[in-house]
Design a protein around this ligand. Structure first.
Ligand code: SF4
Length: 318
């Protein structure tokens, strides 16, 4: 493990038993997150990206595999994690409406982590005002209820609450997907500014590849619980390798000439994502892949490092 790696995920699996069979939501993924970076996890709905974040945060216990935080293995369940660890790792959810208690004033919501972790004792109220200012909200929000503010403002309150415990790592699960475009930009700018000011590390989950280009330092792409490709953001967009990455990149709308130049040739999407209870043999992507070979139907390809820091899981590169 390198010194600058704050999170290390090794062969992580999370399966769920359902009435239809076993859902392999996360199926043996490995990646690291470096201190101070934004690691972007992208994928279509059902790819396992949110389950990955929930498992790292201890909301779900892994079926198998290891997660390390700052070099030490993490207890599997959040209940077994010491308070000092929970203080360091925070999460912001997709729907701020359901993550804020509607019966509590915003001041009380942000103050709670200060009391739990015994931070800024005796000046909690002032600290709440500082946190509101940090996320760009007026301090008089302290006496309002979540129901009296907009969706974007609720998300900023959720970010202020996450910051209250003074974490070093925040998992952001589609933090802007429920918001309109102008509010999305405000939230992203706020998150990036705070990250610089406080040297935070983010795991940023989204299905929006264009957004990833602007926020992430490195990107990982998931499909049916598997990690298909991991690379520095610029390498990911300029030299995508995996056929699935190329398919997704070729479908995103471009605005600038520079984006048009690097966009892969249009790859027509074949078929739908298979059911996660009935995954294909071999490479999970083979029924949809235009480059599919015989071996792809039988053998799951290994993840290989094709150039420094650029990993891909595809038989074309083994
Ligand atoms: Fe396509 Fe084969 Fe690569 Fe899978 S392993 S993405 S089927 S070429």
């Amino acid at each position: 493990m390198n010194n600058d790696e704050i999170i290390q995920v090794k062969d992580l699996k999370k399966y769920f038993k359902t009435s239809l069979g076993i859902v392999r939501a996360v199926d043996g993924i490995s990646f690291t997150i470096r201190e101070g970076e934004t690691f972007g996890l992208v994928g279509e709905s059902g790819s396992g990206k949110s389950t990955t974040a929930f498992t790292i945060m201890g909301v779900y216990e892994p079926t198998d595999g290891e997660i390390y935080f700052k070099g030490s293995p993490l207890p599997k369940s959040v209940k077994k994690r010491p308070l000092s660890l929970r203080k360091e790792m925070q999460m912001v959810f997709q729907d701020p409406g359901s993550s804020l208690n509607p019966r509590k004033r915003i001041g009380q919501i942000i103050e709670l982590p200060l009391r739990v972790h015994r931070l800024h004792v005796g000046r909690e109220r002032e600290r709440v005002k500082e946190l509101l200012e940090m996320v760009g909200l007026p301090v008089d929000f302290i006496n309002r209820y979540p129901g009296a503010i907009g969706g974007g403002e609720k998300q900023l309150v959720a970010i202020a609450r996450a910051l209250a415990s003074e974490p070093s790592f925040i998992a952001l699960d589609e933090p802007t997907s429920a918001l309109d475009v102008s509010m999305q930009a405000k939230i992203i700018n706020t998150l990036l500014r705070i990250q610089k000011e406080l040297n935070l590390t983010y795991l940023f989950i989204t299905h929006n590849l264009s957004l990833m280009r602007n926020v992430a330092s490195r990107v990982g792409i998931m499909y049916l619980g598997k990690m298909f490709e991991v690379a520095e953001t610029s390498e990911f967009f300029h030299k995508p390798l995996h056929p699935y990455t190329k398919m997704l990149l070729s479908a995103i709308p471009v605005i600038t000439e520079e984006e048009e130049k690097i966009k892969p040739k249009r790859v027509i999407s074949r078929g739908e994502i298979p059911s996660p209870v009935n995954v294909p043999s071999g490479c999970y992507f083979h029924p949809r892949c235009i480059d599919c070979m015989e071996i792809c139907k039988k053998e799951d390809p290994p993840m290989v490092e094709v150039s420094t820091g650029h990993f891909v899981k595809c038989h074309l590169y083994t």
